[in-house]
Design a protein around this ligand. Sequence first.
Ligand code: ADP
Length: 486
Amino acid sequence: MPAPFRILFLSAEVAPFAKTGGLGDVGGSLPKALRALGHDVRVVMPAYQAIETDYYAGRGGLVARPGGLLVPVRGATVSAGVFEGRLPGSDVPVYCIAQRSLFDRADRYGYGDDAYRFGFFSRAALELATVLGWQPDLVHAHDWHAAPAVAWLATAGQGDDRFRGLASLFTIHNLAHQGRAPWDIWDYLGILTHGLVEEGYGQVNFMARGIYHATLINTVSPTYAREILTPAGGAGLDGLLRFRHFDVHGILNGLDYHVWDPAADTSLAQPFSADQIERRAANKAALQARAGLSPRPAVPLVAMVSRLDWQKGLDITGHVIHLLLNNYAGEAQFVVLGSGAAEYESMLAHLAGYHTDRMAAFLTYDADLAQLIYGGADIFIMPSRFEPCGLGQLIAMRYGCVPVVRATGGLADTVQDLVTGFTFNGYSAGDFWQALQRALYIYSADRDSWRALQRNGMAADFSWQRSARGYQQLYDWAVARVRGQA
Ligand code: ADP
């Protein structure tokens, strides 16, 4: 058992304070699991508009840290506020960096000055450790937003006694989002650069910098960790990743079993457990009613809950749903919950309009409805082009909803064909349709096998405890490396 570590944990998203996708789930759950292993983890995130509003309204249990922070940027110091709270259900401290000109905006991302916003956040998080009178053993930075902290530590930070020799772990959640910045971001952060990483003219790539400078690197599943070393999966950074391939690891994300518990889920019409799977029927009926579909218990109900993004395989989904609802020999129903790209929203709206009696499309974000879908649908589809880890399939399995997934990234690592779900390999509507037909056949023809698939999925262990031990191992190696023991 390694010594407990002091870990400064930087993430742009931390559920429940701010969540867009899987990054937020990890930011909110992994620190608690690390704390349970005895580590002293302190989480830092930006104080987005909703957090500022909550603070001033006295919600969210946040208090202001007297004195705030002074952050050295562009050769001067800029002040920032610090709201302090706890991750719900734990004693893990969360610090939100408040700077109204940067973070008090309607959206979290998507602004022309994002590089400066997250550069400031990263630099502020490091200064915060000093203000807390707390010396971390390791900085754990997540995705491109926190990469400047890693780059600063490995360059300018080496000239600062407080930070010299500090280990870092850089976690890649999605290589598709890399963070581009103009070159003068390094002046802004006080980093002298000599073109260490090949980057486009006039541009810095934050993700590349994180990969280049971190003591160790990991991503969120073993298969994705291998895929990103190839030109097909490397999103332009595979050469750099191969250069560091001895230091690239894969650790599956876990699921917060307190949050995702079908036996205690108040969003369900009827809670249930693996011993009483038949109780799911009430959720299926509630979902059919909510979706305006006929209340037929035996008809297979297929579902999707997803960001509507190119990554998620919506084009082949369009073909397959049309086949399912038009040509499938038996009958089937389909419910989709998702928001995102206009082209996919309109495709799904069209399909739902055409198949009104068999399909419903909820083109929005709705956490409660998502839970009812996981707890009520029979089959969950996730035909991703690539998937770093994926949480949808883990939640579906936990809720007895059998996944049909493309065997890529974390989907390949978590869904076992004919044991916990159905998988297919090629990215094509034909392969996807075959896998879905296999699922539909077993659903209709072999109830015992179907129950076994549901039970196996519900019993699978994707807890954070398991993943946290993987992170502990990486911390151990990274700290040993910088201390010259490895
Ligand atoms: P990603 O992080 O790429 O979006 P994941 O599968 O890792 O994909 O995580 C998606 C998470 O977001 C899951 O918890 C899923 O239930 C949730 N989610 C996605 N879209 C919606 C939506 N429209 N409404 C409610 N929850 C959603």
